[in-house]
Write a protein that binds this ligand. Structure first.
Ligand SMILES: [Zn+2]
Length: 407
């Protein structure tokens, strides 16, 4: 097998060094100097093994072996190098260094025309410009000029403006979108970011579905009043209402399906004072499942929960959607080919898994037949400096992909 663990390790460690928070995890906001240094490192490695590198109009990097034209059908594999603040060294990076190692191995073997295109997508995390998978959305054509001119970073610069020095060309955004005929399929390698593989001692899994996501903003309007002189029956406490709602949402998820998850991650209480009954609470709701029927059912139940809980307490409620992304079933044929590849190299049979997190693959799945490979994450920890995946497990995923692509 021409895949070398040592080179994969070297790449991950080299990219990890590009961080705005040395010693405190990976911090590479999109279009920052650290992000650019990581993308440049990948580009340098690609040039060194004889690849052609292009930056598309949304600042995503694409690379192909020089012996393969940009029009020939090829496999696509890639992920991201941007991170959340104080994130880990493996999220996204693994999905970039695996196809990089394949292209390097191919060059060594004299396969200067391996049908593989590597992609590094910009702003996957959404922590810099407020919306995840922006680079892949732009390339897929689902997020256009207008959205990219509105999305802005903490400095108030739009994606179009902040991305200019890194290759963003506003005038070409609409034209430079994915050409379906150029791709045999897309396989994104990613760390699991959950504990299930690590716990069971499995190294790699095939992802055949990506959970859809509904996100909401709820406002509970009660009545702020004196904490001493207002009797308990006379209160319209917005925070107590929120507390009941949060617990009800926690109980709702496992009732809907074993894979459903519901989270209230953000809450604001007003006036937030020790001697005032809370008058108003804003909270977020994030709800996910890999089955669209469950998402629909969950939506109805969430609406009913908010309305009923508030009404029972004499609190006024408002519920707004902020996002609705459908669940994506990934490509059955590619999943089977990955399974066959894993068995041929003695790694299979691999478990089938659904991804609870969203990835660039979810954005591209409607346009290119897509599947994913998950690599075990130590204790399921991610978006944290303690994030870790074993280099030998990453190399195992690379070998499965190599077996598929070289056919
Ligand atoms: Zn990621």
């Amino acid at each position: 097998m021409p895949i070398r663990i040592g080179r994969i390790q070297r790449d991950i460690e080299a990219i990890a060094a590009f961080t705005a928070t040395p010693g405190e995890g990976a911090t590479r906001p999109t279009f920052s100097a650290e992000w650019r240094a990581a993308r440049d490192y990948v580009a340098d490695q690609l040039h060194a093994c004889g690849c052609e590198v292009r930056i598309d109009a949304a600042a995503n990097l694409h690379a192909r072996p020089a012996g393969l034209s940009w029009d020939e059908p090829a496999w696509l594999s890639g992920s991201h190098v941007d991170t959340v603040p104080n994130g880990g060294d493996f999220d996204g990076v693994v999905g970039v260094v695996v196809p990089l190692e394949l292209l390097r191995a191919a060059a060594e073997e004299g396969r200067g025309n391996l049908p593989l295109e590597l992609a590094v997508f910009a702003e996957e995390e959404g922590t810099t410009f407020g919306l995840g998978m922006l680079g892949s959305r732009a390339w897929a054509g689902t997020t256009g000029f207008l959205a990219l001119s509105i999305a802005h970073n903490a400095a108030g610069e739009s994606y179009l403006r902040a991305g200019q020095p890194h290759g963003v060309r506003a005038e070409d955004i609409a034209a430079e979108t994915v050409q379906r005929g150029r791709y045999l399929g897309m396989v994104e390698v990613h760390i699991e970011q959950g504990a299930s593989l690590w716990r069971s001692g499995e190294r790699v899994a095939i992802v055949d579905a990506i959970a859809g996501r509904r996100q909401y903003r709820a406002r509970l309007q009660g009545h702020a009043n004196h904490a001493g002189s207002t009797s308990m029956p006379d209160r319209k406490d917005a925070l107590a209402c929120a507390a009941e709602l949060i617990l009800a949402l926690e109980a709702l998820a496992p009732e809907l399906s074993p894979r459903a998850v519901a989270t209230v991650g953000e809450i604001a209480c007003r006036p937030n004072a020790i001697n005032v009954i809370p008058g108003e609470v804003d909270l977020s709701i994030d709800f996910r499942d890999p089955d669209n029927a469950v998402l629909d059912e969950g939506h109805r139940r969430i609406e009913a929960l908010v309305t009923e809980t508030a009404a029972r307490r004499g609190v006024i409620s408002l519920l707004d959607w902020s996002e609705a992304l459908p669940a994506e079933a990934l490509d059955v044929a590619i999943c089977e080919r990955l399974q066959a590849a894993a068995e041929r190299i003695g790694l299979g049979p691999l478990r089938r898994a659904a991804s609870g997190a969203l990835h660039d693959a979810a954005i591209l799945a409607p346009y290119i037949p897509t599947a994913m490979l998950f690599v075990a994450s130590r204790d399921g920890i991610s978006h944290n400096p303690a994030e870790l995946s074993r280099f030998e497990d990453i190399a195992a995923a690379a070998e499965v992909l190599w077996e598929l692509v070289k056919e």
